[in-house]
Design a protein. Structure first.
Length: 135
């Protein structure tokens, strides 16, 4: 439930940030609709959150970190590593690409921020799940 909720919120946030209003769009350029952007983000993000995010969350929860800072650090580092691996997967699929381009930092920071967002949503919803006995 947390992964689904985090996926929807993260996709909505990215769509809002990346959407260009009709008044600001250039006349000779094609733009996607708000819903089209949302669905595109959902197609790419949902598999990552629903597979890797859940598995990584289980691994971190099993580590039983006593400190919240160690848990946050683990999520940030793990998300960065997953972002880097996702970047490598995309780069390897392209024929003429430079593995160490500037995009690697973007993917690492995106992976780290996504993992931190996932952890934040999980932390916020944990008391609600405890009250509803969904834990």
């Amino acid at each position: 439930i947390v992964a689904t909720f985090a996926t929807l919120i993260w996709c909505l946030l990215l769509t809002v940030v990346g959407y260009i209003l009709q008044g600001e769009q250039e006349a000779s350029t094609s733009y996607m609709t708000f819903m089209g952007n949302f669905v595109l983000y959902l197609i790419f993000i949902a598999p990552m959150f629903l597979t890797v995010g859940i598995l990584f969350s289980i691994v971190v929860d099993e580590m039983k970190n006593k400190s919240i800072f160690k848990t946050i650090f683990t999520y940030v580092i793990g998300g960065g590593i997953i972002g880097f691996l996702y970047y490598l997967l995309i780069v390897v699929m392209q024929a003429n690409s430079n593995i160490l381009s500037s995009g690697v930092i973007l993917f690492i920071s995106y992976g780290a921020s996504s993992a931190l967002f996932f952890y934040g949503i999980q932390t916020i919803l944990k008391p609600l799940f405890s009250k509803l006995n969904l834990n």
